[in-house]
Design a protein around this ligand. Structure first.
Ligand SMILES: *Cc1c(COP(=O)(O)O)cnc(C)c1O
Length: 433
């Protein structure tokens, strides 16, 4: 009824997640509180796995982009569901290691990895390091040489597709901090450098065309551009690269109007384009990698806040203030991200007012939504924000020295805290006297 399968309205009229009453959860764990549905996360992982099996003969791997939400518990779930894992920092890599994630299924990204991070990746035996620039390729070659090993590399290529324009277009798009440009010859130069480096093993190419994308066509175009480039590489160097990584970016439902593409349809179409292109190019179909982040965890999570003041400025607007804000969810302050808000105690009732939801941080821009519709709420009641599972906790800060909220996972075996609430003591842990 709400469009999110793991969210329901129970017999008391309360919002429930994974069958658990959100008012009871707020009572038990306090607010602000992140709650995630284990079933939703696992089901999303399975959808990716199944669609690769069904439409591409299992000749691929979906790797969860952990920057969307990273902790040991999610690494374990992702592993149990048979996915790989994307990391972009020593911290994410360390978390994966702490969760005993199989390192051969880890992909290490980043536009400016440090020598320490690259060393760590080599020592851990990370399966794929996605190089972003020539400096990094040279550093990696030298580090691998010093260790007497060979680094498995992929190259991040800018295919020049802007999926965010209304009519997505093939643009120059050289102006991005990520990756090697195709049209300048930079990407081909990087391929040649990698192929000629004794301690680098070039296994394929990577591209990532954006995030929160609702169409399939930009991905199909990316496939064509990348495979044509792989064909060119073959003609120029004789090397047949075996892997193509198409990145992430699949959109999710934040508001009712959002209409996400079913992964099955995505995979069906993309796999057909891959096969078709490879046939034309006389090229073996590559092992395909996908890197969903948002679409694995985003809709699976919600945030529960307690309403503090409700301030109506006559003729202007009503501010509903909550006990969190930009510290646990900076996405509205950063880029006016859309969200759906519900009074948790009256989740099934019509929304009768238009309000601005404000946080408790000392910034005028600390808002979670403006002119959003909501049921009546009074101070002390619980406000739910939907689809906060991705890029919320992972972007959270301690601004104003507010402790970060806990994350509770609800599942068939009951609920459990997967990240505990920070204490005031935690906040001064690294302070010197
Ligand atoms: C951010 C990112 C992803 C995940 O993107 P989503 O939009 O969360 O699916 C995947 N791959 C790379 C390289 C990224 O930078």
């Amino acid at each position: 009824m709400l469009g999110w399968e793991h969210l329901t309205v129970n017999s008391l009229g309360h919002l429930a997640i994974g069958g658990r009453d959100t008012l009871a959860l707020a009572e038990e764990y306090g607010t602000p509180l992140f709650v995630m549905s284990e079933e939703a996360i696992r089901e999303n992982c399975r959808l990716y796995r199944r669609s690769i099996e069904r439409f591409y003969g299992g000749n691929g791997l979906a790797a969860y982009a952990s920057k969307a939400f990273c902790c040991k518990a999610i690494c374990r779930m992702v592993q149990e569901e048979g996915l790989g894992l994307d990391v972009v920092s020593a911290g994410e890599l360390y978390t994966a290691k702490a969760a005993d994630f199989p390192m051969d299924k880890v992909i290490f990204h980043g536009s400016n990895k440090t020598a320490e991070e690259l060393t760590m990746a080599l020592e851990y035996g990370v399966g794929r390091i996605v190089a972003d620039n020539l400096t990094e390729l040279r550093t990696l070659d030298a580090l691998a040489a010093a260790k007497g090993t060979t680094a498995p590399v992929m190259l991040r290529v800018k295919p020049g597709i802007d999926a965010h324009t209304h009519e997505f277009i093939r643009t120059g798009q050289i102006d991005s901090k990520f990756g090697f440009a195709l049209e300048t010859g930079e990407a081909l130069a990087a391929v040649k450098l990698a192929l000629g480096s004794k301690n680098l093993r070039l296994i394929g190419l990577h591209c990532h065309i954006g995030s929160q994308i609702f169409e399939i066509d930009p991905f199909c175009l990316a496939v064509k551009v990348m495979l044509e480039f792989m064909g060119l590489i073959c003609r120029e160097t004789g090397a047949v690269l075996g892997e193509l990584n198409l990145g992430g970016g699949f959109g999710i439902r934040y508001i009712a109007e959002n209409d996400p593409v079913a992964y099955d349809r995505y995979m069906e179409k993309v796999a057909a384009v891959v096969r078709d292109c490879c046939k034309k190019l006389g090229f073996p179909a590559p092992f395909l990698l996908l890197e969903p982040g948002r679409s694995i965890v985003g809709a699976a999570g919600i945030t529960l806040y307690q309403v503090g003041s409700v301030k109506t400025i006559p003729g202007i607007r009503t501010y509903v203030s909550v006990d969190g804000g930009m510290g646990d969810n900076p996405r509205y302050a950063l880029y006016q991200a859309d969200y759906t808000f519900l009074a948790a105690a009256r989740a099934g009732e019509p929304k009768t007012q238009t309000v601005t939801v404000a946080g408790k941080y000392c910034e005028s821009g600390d808002l979670l939504g403006e002119n959003v519709s909501l049921q009546e709420v009074a101070p002390g009641e619980i406000l739910a924000v939907l689809a906060t599972g991705a890029y919320n906790y992972s972007m959270a800060s301690n601004y104003n020295r507010n402790p970060r909220p806990p994350v509770v996972l609800v599942g068939e075996k009951g609920d459990r805290v997967i990240i505990r609430r920070e204490s005031l003591e935690d906040l001064i842990r690294n302070d010197s006297d």
